[in-house]
Unconditional design. Sequence first.
Length: 198
Amino acid sequence: MKKIILSLALSLIFLNGAAAFAQEAPLLGKSHYSAELDLMFLQHRTFSTDDGGVFLGLAGYGHLGGNWYLGGEIGVGSGFGLFLVESSSFMPIELNAKRAYALSPSFVVDVGAGLSYNRVDFSYNPWGTDNDRDVVDWVFGGQIFSGLTFKAGSFLIGLKFKYQLTADLPEVASLISPEDGWDYSNLRIGLLIGFMVP
């Protein structure tokens, strides 16, 4: 009888602790929203950076449970172009999942991945010619990312790192680099600012 009572007591303590853990507030709120400004390192031909640019983005995520979040991001990036011969813009639309981890009561790190559908607007104008070529296309991609966020009440500020791979754009490759191919794979490093809904 004592063993049964002890087992029941231990079970209740365990279940009570698990319920208390499950009721803890999500690390990044029930939802959170942010804007970001990034430096963008483009890898059009190979995995070496061959162009740079800036990227502006917006993100929103909702809590799924267990500090897992599902959300979307959208933004626009523009490359600096090589010798002003080419110019392009890049607009990814992303669907991502991520997991948040507490480093301290104020600092949270998150790690995630997702898929993207990316609009590309490319303009090519070789020196001394009137042969302007414009390419507008959509390509699929995927990304992995991580962030470090500081929380002050509902206010969020942090750093974000993202690496994104995209499919090739054969029409652009035929103009620029037929032997290597051409895509919009990129590394982005930047600052985010936003808020969460507790």
